[in-house]
Design a protein around this ligand. Structure first.
Ligand SMILES: *Cc1c(COP(=O)(O)O)cnc(C)c1O
Length: 441
């Protein structure tokens, strides 16, 4: 769909187009993360001026109900006053010290108190770093090399995990990546999400050398695909049988599907958890956590080296503390659930009315929309079979009507506590036009 004529759509406007042109001269593709480039839907991206609550505003003055939420972190809504104030207050005390602060401990204590499997946390600067560190930790702790991952799962742009990855890699149709030498991925085994047999086979062939299984407990980088009953527990059992570690990449699901993360929602305990997105409340923060006996394999207590000049950054810690402390008692998630119910029911009714084959899936405060006549989407192949052309028409019509969705059929949707009835009503009115456009396309 990269050839979609921009002129077909009203939005974004001329200022965004001008900024995009300028950006493309000094930045590859005009963006600092590929999925922002609208490659999956055609056209050019909206450049954002500011955001507040459920809404973002582009540089042409267009207002959108936002279901991207910075790709996950903004569960409290944009520019939440308490989060902004925490960051402002901290900024006035100095930006970074290269020495420990009490803030790092405060956020670590919050994470440990909310996530049952975590006794000890190492802060890093992104989800990619968290996944990279989790993998090195698992390898160092077990003395084994191989990792089992899943096609369509995304763990950031870590070399060894950039094999059959989801998110932008999927949108752009990049199965691996040039620049990743074969030697770096020769210990990466790729299994099928929601297919335990494929994991058992990998273990049967390489069991003694598997350091870990790394999985998104809800696959959120190939749209939104929940684990089938027994899948996560089956992974736990296989890891125990073969002495491998189970690593949950909860960069997206962490604190979004449940205050105790996906592991609490599904009742399956991983050995190591990678966190990102919400843990930093909108600032660049990632974290790796697990039992102390595993975490102490990291330097300086153990031999596995990991470090970061800006890790545990005071502004990120301040935003993370302000965010997690508001999620801890579960009331935010409770408040969001009925809103997401009415949004998804409304969308389905609207699709049915216009005769468009459509399906939604959700876990906690994340959801997926599929242009398919399947009654359930649970495997990567089901996701790949969905109609991306229909999605592109839907996406652009929604944008024209003031609703901002992720610009790819392979990204999950995110709602916040700030999405009130008015925002949802506006979304459904836009959807009426968008499903009509899809039906005519
Ligand atoms: C977003 C994401 C990452 C990467 O995090 P970055 O902060 O973009 O590096 C890793 N794993 C999962 C599951 C993600 O959703």
């Amino acid at each position: 769909m990269t050839q979609t004529a921009n002129a077909q759509w009203q939005r974004p406007g001329p200022r965004s187009a001008e900024l995009f042109e300028r950006a493309a001269r000094v930045t590859p593709g005009g963006v600092n993360s590929p999925v922002r480039a609208f490659s999956g839907v055609g056209g050019t991206p909206a450049f954002i001026d500011h955001a507040s609550g459920a809404y973002i505003y582009d540089v042409d003055g267009n207002e959108y109900v936002d279901y991207v939420g910075s790709f996950g972190p903004m569960i409290l809504g944009h520019a939440h006053p308490a989060v902004v104030e925490a960051v402002q207050q901290q900024a006035s005390k100095g930006l970074s010290f290269g020495a420990p602060t009490g803030l790092e401990t405060e956020l670590a204590e919050l994470v440990c108190s909310m996530v049952d499997s975590i006794e000890s946390v190492r802060m890093v600067n992104s989800g990619t770093e968290a996944a990279m560190t989790a993998l090195r930790l698992a390898r160092g702790h077990t003395g084994r090399k191989k990792v089992i991952k899943f096609a369509g799962n995304y763990h950031g742009h870590v070399d060894a995990l950039l094999v059959n990855a989801g998110s932008g890699a999927l949108t752009l149709g990049i199965p691996g990546s040039p620049g990743v030498p074969e030697a770096v991925v020769q210990d990466t085994l790729v299994a099928t999400y929601n297919d335990l047999d494929s994991v058992a086979e990998a273990f049967k062939a390489h069991g003694d050398d598997v350091a870990c299984v790394m999985v998104e407990p809800v696959a959120g980088n190939m749209n939104c695909v929940p684990p089938e009953d027994g899948f996560l527990q089956g992974l736990r059992d296989l890891c125990d049988e073969y002495g491998a570690l189970l690593v949950f990449d909860e960069v997206m699901t962490g604190f979004r599907v449940h205050p105790g993360c996906a592991q609490a929602h599904f009742g399956v305990t991983p050995d190591v958890t990678a966190l990102g997105k919400i843990v930093g409340g909108g600032m660049p923060v990632g974290a790796v956590g697990g039992p102390s006996k595993v975490m102490e394999t990291l330097a300086p207590t153990g031999p596995v080296y990991q470090a970061g000049t800006l890790s545990g950054h005071p502004l990120g810690m301040a935003a993370g503390i302000a965010t997690l402390s508001r999620l801890k008692d579960g009331s935010v998630h409770e408040a969001i659930a009925p809103k997401l119910d009415s949004l998804l029911q409304g969308l389905q009714q609207c699709a049915d009315k216009h005769g468009v084959p459509f399906l939604t899936q959700r876990v906690g405060a994340m959801f997926g929309m599929f242009f398919t006549d399947a009654s359930r989407v649970s495997r990567f192949d089901d996701v790949a079979a969905c109609d991306t052309d229909k999605f592109a028409v839907f996406f652009h019509t929604m944008l024209d009507h003031g609703v901002y969705l992720a610009p790819s059929a392979f990204e999950a949707g995110f709602i916040s506590q700030a999405h009130d009835d008015t925002a949802i009503q506006r979304t459904l009115e836009a959807a009426d036009a968008a499903f009509a456009a899809v039906a005519q396309a």
